[in-house]
Structure formats: C-alpha cells, structure tokens
Design a protein around this ligand. Structure first.
Ligand code: ATR
Length: 271
C-alpha cells in the first residue's frame, strides 16, 4: 500500500481523503490517503517526517502552506514555478521533493467540463492572492483575447499582470479600473468566504457571460447568487475544480486518470 496525505492547518474538513479514496477504488490503486494537520511553524520538519518516518510517496498541500512548500521543494514544474505555490509534492526515490501545482489545470478542466470557451475571449479574473496567481499561466495557455486581473488592492493586480505579461494580453488594476463586459468572469477572491461580493459594477456581465467562483458551498455563494441575478449565461462553483485538481495530482502519482464526474456527483449528493 502506497501512502499519501493532504496537509494543512486546519485540515479536518478536507474533502481530499474522500476524493482520493474514490479515485483509488475506481482505478484499483492500492493506496491510503489521509488528512494530517501540520503545526503552523513546522512545515520543513513535518515534510521530512512524512517522507522518512511515515514513508509517504506524496502529499497534497493546502492553506496556509502552499507558498512555503514552494520554497522548500527541490524541483518545480514550469507551471508550479510560475504559480509561486504548490499543492502537490512527490517524494522521489532519490530523496528529493518535486513540487507541482494542479490548481490551474483543475480550473481549466472544469471550465471545459462546462463548455466554457477561453480562446479569443475576454476574461476577468477577480483577486490577486495565491488563488489567482496559481491559475494565470494555465488560463493564458488557451490564448484568450485578454485577461484582466482586478483586485481591491490595485497594486497587487498590477504586479501579477507584470509578472505574466510575457504570456499574452494580461492587464491589471483596481476594481474601479474594470471597463466593459467580459465573456468569462472568475472569482478568485476570498470574499465569498465572508458572504461578500467584490465591489464591481454589474456592467461586467452580459447575458452571454460565464461566471465561475473558485469557492463552493452547499448553497450558492454570494458571487454566484449575484451573477445569477444579472441573468448571465452560466454560473459554476469551485467544487469541480477541487475534484479536477485532485485528479491531476492522482495522475502525477499513479499515472492513471480517474473519472471525475462520478466523484463530483457523489460530493454534491453528500452536501
Ligand atoms: P488566497 O491565497 O486564497 O488568494 P489571499 O492571498 O489572502 O488568499 O487573497 C485573498 C484575495 O481576496 C485578495 O485578492 C483580496 O483582496 P486584497 O488583495 O485587496 O486584500 C481578496 N478579497 C478578500 N475579501 C474581499 C472582499 N470582501 N472584496 C474584494 N476582495 C476581497
């Protein structure tokens, strides 16, 4: 039995053990996947322990360790390097730790699941924290016409736009700098956590807009509720992204691709 875990702080509400157990059953992989809470000030020593004492083969990393784990990894995939954070680690045979970030590809796969097209479209990405940064290079790979990063604190959006400007038309600004309407609107802020919505004009929406909230809850998030009121074409919450990022991590570890749709359905049924 190969052992894996998700680490975070707090971690007890994580759905990852359920998701990976479902993947393992489906793909007949003999693995064990648990959730482990790591002390806030002891990531480096905990990683060593997970590898050397618990003999894990790999881990997922969640809040608040993604950036710190990025610093500690020995090798990084290109997408992880640009993301500035990792959510997946592989403990290699030679003792090194390889880091990857599957959040962006998870988002993009879920957009595809919902037939949301990015090529030649105007995308609005709201937020400029770690969650936003992690998805920019995978989004730009679809060659949108424009990606506008809008954040409450404009300077953070401008910095991100600068950092990714080599990938295409990437602009940044404050919430009041947002101009016109968008085909795809992605909420990567923590506002939904507090039941709040970013202070943006409703003119960003048209009845053709597709709206995605990286957050999810058992009822509509504040952002989804707001978008629905504007009669947009589609609204999607982040549950699918959660499952798709897990599937990509599972693939990195096990080299098999699980079916994500049945797992999404089970999660919805349990909510
Ligand atoms: P994460 O790693 O989840 O992205 P973060 O780095 O703390 O977390 O970033 C949170 C993001 O949500 C930021 O873009 C933040 O805006 P600021 O940079 O201006 O703080 C955004 N955010 C949080 N609450 C918000 C709210 N009520 N309205 C708009 N944006 C909000």
């Amino acid at each position: 039995t190969d052992k894996y875990a998700v680490i975070g702080h707090p971690i007890k509400h994580s759905k990852s053990p359920f998701i990976h157990a479902e993947f393992a059953r489906q793909c007949q992989q003999d693995i064990e996947y648990t959730a482990i809470e790591v002390p806030l000030d002891a990531l480096a020593s905990s990683l060593q322990q997970l590898r050397d004492v618990l003999k894990l083969k790999g881990i997922n990393i969640t809040v608040p360790f993604k950036e710190q784990a990025w610093e500690l990894a020995d090798n990084l995939s290109d997408r992880a390097r640009r993301a500035g954070a990792i959510n997946t680690l592989i403990f290699e045979q030679d003792g090194t730790m390889s880091g990857d970030n599957t959040d962006g590809i998870g988002l993009c796969r879920d957009l595809e699941n919902h037939d949301i097209v990015l090529k030649d479209k105007r995308i609005l990405l709201i937020g400029a924290g770690g969650a936003a940064r992690g998805v920019i290079s995978p989004l730009m790979a679809y060659q949108p016409a424009e990606l506008f990063i809008a954040n409450r604190t404009a300077s953070k959006a401008n910095n991100l736009a600068e950092l990714f400007s080599d990938l295409g038309e990437v602009q940044g600004g404050g919430l009041t700098d947002v101009d016109g309407h968008f085909d795809v609107i992605i909420n990567a802020t923590a506002a939904s956590l507090h039941g709040e919505i970013p202070d943006l004009p409703t003119s960003i929406f048209t009845n053709q807009s597709c709206c995605y909230d990286m957050m999810y809850a058992d009822t509509d998030t504040a952002f989804i509720e707001w978008a629905k009121k504007q009669n947009v074409s589609k609204t999607v919450d982040g549950l699918g992204m959660l499952v798709e990022q897990a599937a990509e991590a599972f693939y990195l570890w096990r080299k098999v691709r699980p079916d994500t749709h049945s797992v999404m359905q089970k999660l919805r049924d349990n909510m």
